[in-house]
Structure formats: structure tokens, C-alpha cells
Design a protein around this ligand. Sequence first.
Ligand code: HEM
Length: 575
Amino acid sequence: MSIRKLLCCFICNRCPDSRDTSSSVSHEAKNNKNYLKSGNGLIDWIRLGNSGVDLTGVGGRVRMIHPSELKQHNTKNDAWLAIRGRVYNITQYLPFHPGGAEELMRGAGRDATELFDKIHPWINYDSLLVKCLVGTLRVETQDIFFDANDSFPESDLLLPSSITQDRIVIRNQLTNYTTPPRKKRLLPEDDFLDALNTSLELEELSLPGYLGTLKIFKREMPPEDVPPALFYDWEQTPKHLTIAVYTGPYSNPGAYSRIAEGNLLIEVTINGWLQTIKVLLEETVQEHLRTKVCYHSGKIEITAYKAESKIWKSCGEITVGSPNKITSHKILEYKVICKKVLTHDSWMLAMAPRNGSIVLPLGHHVKVHQTIAGSEYVRSYTPVNNYWDEEIVNNADIRLAVKRYDNGILSPMLTSLNIGEFVKAAGPYGTFQLHRLKSTRIMYLLAAGTGITPMLGLITFMLTRSNPKCDYVHLLFFNKTEKDIMFHDKMIALANEDKRFNVIHILSNAGETWKGRKGRISAKLLPEIFGEHKIDYDEDTSFACVCGPKEFTFISLNILKGLGVEESFIHVFIG
Ligand code: HEM
């Protein structure tokens, strides 16, 4: 591959079907206006970034930045801008910007996401400005609208753990760890829009043409500044000890548990808060634990296997740490413990944490970090739940479906990892709010290529939920060829088993034997499919999710809107 093409792909994520932001699928770049002096080309910029010069101007310390602070950095000698919640010092980049310094200065001192997306949404700004990152834009939350229905109904709080008759069960009193009650507040429209525009959590809303018509008051905001209320309970049989943590219906908790120095540590994340529960165990248990999350009720169940079969006097001493707002993500190490082929160019990697794991809510993702030739590459992956990977691998905490992009950088490295080798990942990331599905009975999922991974968890959630029962999950899955379809057999099996699951495959480069649909996402194709399958959109009970390359996402959104689907009933997964 030529240097030109390589560089083109370093700056651009426009190539169709390329979701690997580190990839270098070839295409011709747009004609640049030649604003750059010699010595100010892309190679020179990369060289400067690798030279050790502090491009952040603040010593590289990343922190939360208030919009009022961002506003002050608006001169050519000191220019910051924010894109999708990340704040960059662009002072040094000004002479390297191919569109000219003056143009770039239009975004200085403010959230430039919309402006940036209007001009060149395909540009890989995150890679170009990786050495210029100064922080994340603070979300203004004090005026945010809380839904009073979010508080836990009494009946759910007192929901007993499942107790079967043949078990000897000793339960303690339900322990209440209280936090201030959630409040319902209204806010002036301007403040709300401000919060929305500067919100990292709501980055998907800044897609062009999307924010403009948003029905903002229909959207519920996560109760960012209110720590979650946790309640716990325990029970035992001679063989097992089970700790149940109640987080409230639809609170979408992430949970991770482990034994450390004989104690049981449980980490719970909810809405950007992390809380640790420590159990000084009365007696010894085995290292291997089973952690189950019921997303509907918000109940987390951790089962430990006793070293000696007997009834304990108590489970031990339980302490609940103070809730901490997650402001940065630790990069953790994972060991590849199982690797298997998914398709001709994708693999499933099952990984075990080395020391501590990412606590991942449903619909959220991790970012895999890898340093290659002195530069750090990052790529988002949504882990796959074990329904979709039948092989039981003990201790596997995260399973990633990784597609290899031959011209990419990170994916060839990841897919050539061997069992026993290590990967670094951070998280949880994402904006998906499970409580938006409270009344959903019909789900439309539009996925392209590896964009299927966030949909997998939603499919199992919707089909296993009992109240309200889901009527249909319609998955429209776009791929190039038949052999590119991930989880094909499993999808056929699920569709046969559960008639509510309707999967429609659409191939852009189908072989002659393909009997299914052909084409790409288009304003013509989608209504055709919807019509053929008699898919009726009902405002109160329908919800749509989209995940795929950016162009796919833009087109899907526009089509859905054209079909009458309201923005507040669409979620876009963006890595
Ligand atoms: C938000 C304020 C920005 C404005 C107003 C702006 C404006 C422009 C304009 C007018 C062009 C020329 C487009 C053309 O010739 O067709 C351009 C090109 C370019 N800009 Fe920006 N830009 C902004 C931010 C950024 C940022 C943050 C980056 C990356 C870190 C960036 C990277 C580039 C690149 C790589 C090109 C060349 C595009 C190509 O070859 O396709 N720009 N920009």
C-alpha cells in the first residue's frame, strides 16, 4: 500500500464498511485546498506528535473541563475545541489543518461537534488529536429532568430471591443502603439544550439533522448526579452462598465479582457511578464465582461455592463503600483464554481479567487499547453475552467478536493473538439507557457488519423479558456476502425456536445462490422490507436501534425518521 493511501486512511473513517478506525481501507481523499506550507503536512504532524513535545499545553493531565473554561481558550495562541465531549488543545494543529487555521479557529473555545460534522464527519479527529487531549467536557446536570417513576416501587425492593423448596435457606433482614431520593425537576429549554449540546453522554444526538428536530422533553435523562440506591440480601444452602444486590428495575447495572484475600468483592456500576460491596466471609469459598444480572428487575446474584459443605452462622460482615462517580477509565489487562473462528475473517476471543474487570451494563462497550510502533490505537467493541457463544469457558469475563480488516492496524493484531496473550481494555463506555425500553413491545434493530454486537444483548433481553412481553424483535442485518454474516446459525436457530424473532439478511454483494434480499440500506429498500413484513410502527410500544458504519447510521436515521419513527424512540450505538 502506498504511503499516501495509508495516511489517507489514518485521517479518515469514511470508507464503506470500515468500522475499524485504525484501518486503512483505500479510497481517494477529497481534493484539498492547498493551505499548508511545506513542513506542515500530515507526516510532519505525526512526527511532531511523536517528538515528545507537550501538545496539550497542560502537561498531558486529562481532566473534566467546564464549558465556561473551554470558552476562554479561543485565541490563535491558545485554542481549545470540543468534539463529542472530548476537549483538545488545537493550538499546535492550526498550521497543520488542511482547511486552514482560520477555518479551524471557527471551532475554537466551544463544542465544535456540529460544525465539524457538517464539513467532514469522516475525519478521524480522535487519532489526529490524540496527543492534544486535555479533558472531557463537563455535563451540566443540576437542571436535568428526572422521572419520578424511576424511584423503586416498594414491591420490587422487597422482591425475595428465588428460593426453591429443597434448599435450606437462611436469610438475613433485607439491608437498606439508602441514598437521597431521586428528584423530578423541570428546566428551562435553553439550559436543557445547552446541557444536551455539551453532553458527552448524549454524543449520538449531535449527528447532523438529528438534533434539530429532537423532541427534547420526551427524552429521559440519566440521574447523573444521584448515586444509585443499593439494597442487598443473602441466602445459603449447605453448598452455596448467594448474595443478591437489588439496584432497581431498568437501572441497567454492570456487575463484577471476585475473591480477593478470602473476601468477596462486588463492583456495581449504574449510570456512571461505581460502588463496591465487600463481604468479609465467615468461612472459605472457592475462587470461582457465578454472577448473574437480571436486567429487567435490576437484581444481581453472586453465587459462591463453599469450600466445605455446611450451613454458616452468617455470611460474614458486609460493608458498602461510598459511591464514586466514574470520571476516568482504568486500562485493565485481559488474557485470551479461548479463541475460535466466527466467519472467514472474524474470531471470538474469550478473555479473563488479570486483576479486576470492566463492569459492563447492557448495551455498553469497552475500548481495546494497543500500542503499536509507539502510537496508541483504540477501538470499541461491545462484548457478546454467552447466549451467542455456547462454549462454556470458565472465568471468561469478556467475549469479543473481532473482525479482521486487512488494511487495519488494530484488528490484524487482535485477531492474530494466541491463547495466553494479553489485551488491554478500558470501560464501560456508552449512552444506552435501558429504561427507555420500559414499554417497548416491538423492537427494530438495524445492524451492518460488526454493528451486530450491541444488538445481540438486546435481542436476548427483549425475548426473555416477561413484563411487558415483547411481541417482535425485527433484525435487519446488512452484510457484503453470505460468509460475512456473524452468528448466522445461531440466528436461524433462535428464529425457529422463537417466532417473535424475525431476522432479515440483506447482502450488498450476494453470490448467485443467495435467495434472500440484496442491496444496501436505502430509502427505497427499508420501506419495501417494512411493507413486506407488515412491520407497523407504533409510537408508544416501538423502539429502534441502529449500529454500523457512520454512513449507514446517517442513512438509517433519516429513513426511520421518514417512516415516522420519533428520535426519542431511536438509539444509535456509536463506538
Ligand atoms: C471544527 C472546526 C473545523 C472547521 C471549520 C474545519 C474546516 C475545514 C475545511 C473548510 C476544510 C477544507 C475542506 C475541503 O477542502 O473540501 C477542512 C479540511 C480538513 N480538516 Fe477541518 N475543520 C475543522 C476541524 C478539524 C479538525 C478538528 C480536524 C482534525 C483534527 C480537521 C481535519 C481536517 C482534514 C484532515 C482536512 C482535509 C480533508 C480532506 O482531505 O478530505 N478539521 N477542514
